[in-house]
Design a protein around this ligand. Structure first.
Ligand code: ADP
Ligand code: ASP
Ligand code: MG
Length: 400
């Protein structure tokens, strides 16, 4: 079999952990499999690099940030290769550009365009374990790009897809995907399986256990994906197209996202095109908006509130302010003390009353809901950030 194994930052944080991971890789290799390994930077390396950059220039360009951040993964792959060689397992480390992970040019959040397979195939044919740096790629100008925080998962799935690997295993510091973040909700339950769609929602809505683009790609290319622990050797969570819902769970899980901000545009003229003008400005600035609420304002006006990624909050504000006259509104404000809490599950499509269970849990915990948005498989609410953990706990207790 051809197996892609990805190990996250905490799994390769120090020499002892590298050795433990190397044993997993060696066992897989010794069972006669072809193995491609994708690694993240060790421990907090990426955060430390971000901090270093801030000390020098808080407004560093995204190109230079990528040049810097890509370094962490290179350290991990070299060390892992050395460890495996010490164990007499033939191994070779390769950077994103040595493999040929081609991306677009959006530094800091690049999308993979193409992954070349020749070099990896060549090394696999020499019976080597191929160790690839996650999170990094190269754009058409030959510059280094990164895929966004947590992007090593996406590197792994992309490689599994192009190599048509039999399995893609994402090893991390928890035993799989849980009904809520197991670090925050101690009685969260591990899921045996979850659908691509549910996982995509969960990771887009804040469950960092898988990078959302990795799930998108896994679904598109039908990658056999599993999330499992690098500490205990037992089955994790399979992410797949359809699952057998033995327990008839109403929802698959709960996610929390505190990296959101709420923008409120007050006093829009109440006429056709007002919302269009606001969101056209956001679109041009490439700012993704999420939960939207339009409400009646003071006589003959509308207010529109919506959420944006927190780091783009200030940009959203200044962009709107720049078009104040052409859009036509009174003022715009930003609130960064909000959090989005969501429940996700394909089961809610044919089960009434799921949303009201969620709202009841919030009511019983005296948590005020600022905004609500729903789709076929999720319900999200915007609440005060300081109550986010309480909200997750209360909702979890209600459903599980
Ligand atoms: P890695 O470094 O291995 O990529 P991450 O920190 O990116 O690991 O992701 C794993 C973390 O995701 C876990 O430690 C856990 O705290 C968090 N997490 C959030 N939601 C969930 C969930 N529903 N199931 C499992 N883990 C979750
Ligand atoms: N090292 C990168 C990060 O910390 C990528 C990853 O871990 O997946 O975001
Ligand atoms: Mg991760």
């Amino acid at each position: 079999m051809l197996i892609v194994q990805k190990f996250g930052g905490s799994s390769v944080a120090d020499a002892e952990k590298i050795e433990r991971v190397a044993n997993i890789i060696a066992d897989t290799y010794n069972e006669g499999n072809d193995v491609v390994v994708v690694l993240s930077a060790q421990g907090d390396t990426t955060d430390d690099l971000v901090q270093k950059a801030r000390e020098i220039n808080p407004r560093a360009t995204n190109r230079e940030m990528d040049m810097l951040l890509s370094v962490g993964e290179q350290i991990s792959i070299a060390l892992m290769s050395m460890q495996l060689q010490k164990m007499r397992i033939p191994a070779i480390s390769l950077t994103g550009w040595q493999v040929g992970v081609e991306t677009d040019s959006s530094y800091g959040m690049a999308r993979i365009r193409k992954v070349h397979t020749e070099r990896m195939r060549e090394e696999l044919a020499k019976n080597k374990v191929v160790i690839v740096a996650g999170f990094q790629g190269i754009n058409k100008s030959g510059d280094i790009t990164t895929l966004g925080r947590g992007g090593s998962d996406t590197t792994a799935v992309a490689i599994a897809a192009v190599l048509r690997a039999d399995k893609c295993q994402i090893y991390t510091d928890v035993e799989g995907v849980f009904t809520a973040d197991p670090r925050k909700v101690p009685n969260a339950k591990k899921l045996e399986e979850i659908t691509y769609d549910e996982m995509l929602e969960l990771s887009s809505l804040g469950a960092q256990v898988l990078h959302n683009r990795s799930v998108e790609m896994a679904k598109r290319f039908k990658v056999d994906l599993e999330v499992l622990s690098s500490y205990v050797r037992k089955p994790g969570t399979k992410v797949k197209e359809v699952v057998k819902n033995v327990e008839k769970m109403k929802i698959a899980g709960i996610a929390k996202d505190t990296n959101v901000a709420r923008v409120t545009v007050v006093g829009l003229t109440d006429e056709p095109g007002a919302a269009y003008k606001v969101f056209q400005v956001m679109g041009k600035a490439k700012i993704n908006v999420d939960v939207i609420l339009q409400s009646m304002g003071r006589e003959g006006t509308n207010d529109i509130s919506f959420t944006v990624p927190q780091k783009l909050g200030e940009t959203a504000l200044s962009e709107l302010a720049a078009y104040k006259d052409s859009i036509g509104f009174d003022h715009v404000s930003l609130d960064t003390t909000v959090a989005k809490v969501s429940i996700v599950g394909t089961g809610m499509m044919d089960s009434a009353g799921i949303a009201s269970m969620m709202f009841e849990a919030l009511y019983e915990t005296s948590i005020n809901i600022q905004m609500i948005s729903t789709s076929e498989i999720k319900v999200s609410v915007l609440i005060d950030e300081s109550r986010a953990d309480d909200a997750v706990a209360a909702i979890h207790a209600k459903f599980f």
